[in-house]
Design a protein around this ligand. Structure first.
Ligand SMILES: [Fe+2]
Ligand SMILES: [Fe+2]
Length: 368
């Protein structure tokens, strides 16, 4: 297949490379595999990766604009940082790290829902033709490949199980608690997964409450775009988590597994790149187009998309503060009852870029 092509079928975008050997971790068949050189190759990337590149090239040629993006460095660093996490592990406090790995795997599993919640025919909401764009392929393979990468599919495990496998290797099958309900609550999701129709109904209901776009534009389209922005920011921010987890899991003096756990996480990280790239591309394409409202009235998308993006950035910052508070609460609990708990907590805070103060806020740490 030549990659000056811009139009693909669902099955093209789901196609994987031929692997010399599949990826099997602790007896679990995972997605992806090894090529003839022994390098890991991400699943469903045979056509998806070159297709995304072709759509991005087309976008840049057509509009001469950079893609909608946010640098990893602009997103909050991982909390606790590397030195703080190492301090805890060196002192035998493993529970917070084990819970973090459980939590990340759990959230990856929520990615199964990405395949739902899209408008039926996105093209009818725009004045311009969407043929040959990433946007036109969201429901023609991009969302489905993303969902499968995160949550696994049929007999192949995905990121959810890969994070948990890394945890079980590094900490030698620790006792773990199911954090699904807790994480659903933390992310503002209902306690139980909803049937797709109900999920769509609630998304539309929420979109009507939070409207930024003119009322004339389908609220489901707004909900879909807002969700893509939320996902993109989660994916960008996750790169701090990858660097952090890989450094810790590669350290033989801290964890078991001779670096195997870090290797699995590096594969997961590699799989994430197409997620970032298609989301950036489709959101940028939408930004340069013109919405068509239900009345037939038209609206240039640029300012509207920028307003949605600003709101997504603010929400993402708020979520990371909430996440930091939750992490600290767990660490404080884990230190309770430790003979040097108070001293360790102070040492822990001294190593951070930020530290909590009495009124519940965080300040920059002048010591670091
Ligand atoms: Fe993932
Ligand atoms: Fe992802």
């Amino acid at each position: 297949m030549a990659f000056n092509e811009l139009n693909f079928d669902f099955s093209d975008l789901l196609a994987s490379h031929q692997y010399r050997e599949p990826l099997v971790v602790r007896g679990i068949r995972c997605h992806g595999g090894y090529n003839d050189s022994g390098n890991y190759v991400s699943p469903r990337t045979r056509n998806r990766v070159p297709a995304i590149r072709a759509w991005q090239d087309r976008y840049k040629q057509e509009f001469g604009q950079p893609l909608l993006d946010r640098a990893v460095e602009e997103t909050p660093p991982h909390y606790p940082n590397l030195a703080q996490a190492k301090l805890l592990l060196c002192n035998g406090i493993r529970e917070p790290m084990i819970r973090t790995l459980t939590r990340i795997g759990t959230v990856e599993g929520f990615g199964a829902g990405i395949r739902f919640g899209a408008v039926d025919d996105i093209g009818r909401h725009f004045v311009e033709d969407l043929a040959g764009t990433a946007t036109a392929h969201l429901t023609r393979g991009l969302y489905e490949a993303h969902a499968r990468d995160e949550a696994g599919f049929e007999d192949q495990a995905g990121h959810k199980q890969m994070w948990w496998a890394a945890r079980d290797i590094a900490f030698e099958n620790p006792p773990v608690q199911d954090l699904t309900v807790e994480m659903r609550r933390a992310m503002g999701m209902p306690a139980e997964p909803l049937p797709p129709a109900e999920l769509l109904r609630r998304m539309a209901e929420q979109a009507l409450k939070d409207r930024l776009l003119p009322r004339d534009i389908d609220p489901m389209l707004e909900a879909q775009v807002a969700r893509m922005m939320r996902l993109l920011l989660i994916e960008i921010n996750a790169f701090h988590g990858f660097r952090w987890a890989e450094s810790i899991l590669a350290d033989d003096s801290l964890v078991a597994g001779d670096g195997d756990a870090a290797r699995i996480i590096s594969y997961v990280r590699g799989d994430e790149t197409p997620h970032l790239e298609y989301l950036k591309c489709a959101l940028s394409e939408i930004r340069e187009r013109t919405f068509r409202g239900e009345s037939g009235r038209t609206y240039p998308a640029r300012e509207l998309i920028n307003a949605l993006w600003q709101r997504a950035l603010a929400t993402s910052t708020q979520r990371s503060i909430e996440g930091r508070n939750a992490e600290l609460a767990e660490i404080t609990t884990a230190l309770e009852g430790h003979p040097r708990g108070d001293d360790l907590l102070e040492e822990f805070h001294a190593l951070g870029q930020v530290r909590p103060v009495a009124d519940g806020n965080w300040i920059n740490n002048t010591n670091s």
